[in-house]
Design a protein around this ligand. Sequence first.
Ligand SMILES: [Zn+2]
Length: 365
Amino acid sequence: MIEQKEQVEKIREAFNQEFGRFVDLRNKINSLSLSVAENLQREISEFKTKHTGKKSEIANAKKLIGRVAPEERGAFGQFVQTVEKKIVTAIEEAETNLNNYISEAKQERERLDITLPGRRPRVGHLHLLTLLRQQIEDIFVSMGYAIEDDREIETDYYNFDALNIPEGHPARESQDTFYTTDGFALRSQTSTVQIRAMERRGVPLRIIAPGRVIRRDTPDMTHVPMFHQIEGLCIDRGITMAHLKGTVKEWLRRLFGKDTVIRLRPSYFPFTEPSAEFDFSCFKCGGRGVFENERCRPCKGSGWIELGGSGMVHPNVLKACNVDPKVYSGFAFGFGLERMCSLMYELDDIRLMFENDVRFLEQFK
Ligand SMILES: [Zn+2]
């Protein structure tokens, strides 16, 4: 039996030697490329046929069992089976590992990569007019003013009569607006809110009223038929022009810096008496009229920027709201937001603000 056993040992050794290249496969399998792994898979399949097939050496070795003495036959048979089992197990294990790896690698290759970064939605921002309006609102709220909103479609009475602009008054022409078929007027000024607020809240009163107004204007670089105004109104006992001047100066200083100065020029508005237009020292050149050795653009070299109209509320307006002008007085002012925006950002054409061109708007974050 010794002779036969040696023969089987030789078969085992020969197998072990040949199989050596697959033994450490388990450790390095994950570093194989798919094509290398597939080649190995073919090789191992051939290897399996060679070492476990019907014509394999171990199959032949089984024939030796008959040549062993009968009393040793059982032990030898077991020995051959053990060797055969080890060979088969070793090959199958390597084969299984390889197959698993290949199917995983294929799955990985075909997998949909959902980790691709998505498209980030573009975040918008407020319109430059809204940003400026909010800035001004914050200043007035901090000075104790309430923000008043009201309708944009008005009756003739609120748009004109109550503001001391009776039928036939020349001021009606410059403030001409659009009318509905029922005779309602699209308000041509936020001053309408003065009347509404006094009627609703009574006096004393401190409000600002930002809002949209309409004029019958042909659009050009400095005119649009729809724009925005901010109206201010302060009514109390003993209010004078000094309060008006102080208030206008204070909010312009908070907006443009503490060195800002203002000036009032006599003017005429039907709803105030006396009336004044107010200018402020240019925020760019500081009132010098020259910026970097060139004529300053926002103030056109004058050093002053004209902003809006103001004055003491006309007694007729107070009377129209059942406020006694002998007891109460007040000031009002108003200005256009678009004009202010186009000055601040040096826009040549006011219409840019309404064209909704994102390339223009996204500059004002
Ligand atoms: Zn200037």
